[in-house]
Each structure stands twice: as structure tokens, then as C-alpha cells.
Design a protein. Structure first.
Length: 130
């Protein structure tokens, strides 16, 4: 009986995920592809935002994630297919693998690729003894 309940729960979860993706696409909003590379002192995140102008990108850094939002106003055959001719919205919340220095955040956008560079927060600090 436990196996049956587990299978039913997994099927329900998969259906909800697929339905959510369909509903989001129907509203003209999709989650862009992204990649995270963690190095010794930094985290590099690249996000695919094809057709978006630099001015139409919004980045919000939170304690444990970064939110990337963008609007594609260019109507191309792909955008028309995905959004029915309306502006296409990209939105994704990317979880960060570790704490970062908020003041060190940098981003650049070129040819549909947004690159975000975040410096990792130093672990601890030395305390002088008097």
C-alpha cells in the first residue's frame, strides 16, 4: 500500500509541476535557462535572456537567492509562438550556494546572455587580542 501511495503522490507532484509550467507559459512568462559556476572566491551565474534589452532587465539580490526578471519586447517567430504576440516575460529565482558580499555584485549583458559575478562572503574574521 505504501508503494501505491508513493506512486500516486509522485504522479500528483509531476502533474502540478507540468500544469504550473503550462499556466506560466500561457501568461507569457517563462523561466530562463541559467548556469552557476562556483569558484574559490566567487560565484558566476549566466542567464539566457534572448531578445531582451539591457534596460528591460531587473536584478534583485536577496540573502539566499537572486531574482532575474526581463521583458522581451521584440516579436520574433519564437516569441510569437511562446507568447501569442504579447511581450514575453522571463522570471527566475536562483538559489545561491553560499552567502555573498552584497556590495561586490557585478553584472554585464551581451548578446542575450546576462553574466552575474558575486564574491563569496569571507568566513569569519580574525579578532585581535589586547
Amino acid at each position: 500500500m505504501e508503494d501505491f501511495e508513493r506512486i500516486v503522490e509522485e504522479a500528483r507532484r509531476l502533474f502540478e509541476e507540468d500544469f504550473k509550467k503550462y499556466r506560466v507559459r500561457a501568461m507569457g512568462c517563462i523561466e530562463p535557462l541559467y548556469n552557476i559556476v562556483e569558484r574559490e572566491e566567487e560565484i558566476r551565474i549566466s542567464v539566457d535572456l534572448p531578445g531582451v534589452e539591457k534596460e528591460d532587465i531587473k536584478l534583485t539580490l536577496h540573502e539566499d537567492s537572486i531574482v532575474v526578471e526581463g521583458v522581451c519586447k521584440k516579436i520574433t517567430p519564437t516569441v510569437r509562438r511562446l507568447s501569442g504576440g504579447k511581450p514575453l516575460y522571463y522570471s527566475v529565482r536562483i538559489p545561491l550556494p553560499t552567502k555573498v558580499e552584497e556590495d561586490s555584485a557585478r553584472a554585464r549583458y551581451s548578446n542575450g546572455i546576462l553574466e552575474i559575478i558575486l564574491m563569496k562572503r569571507k568566513r569569519g574574521r580574525r579578532i585581535p587580542i589586547e
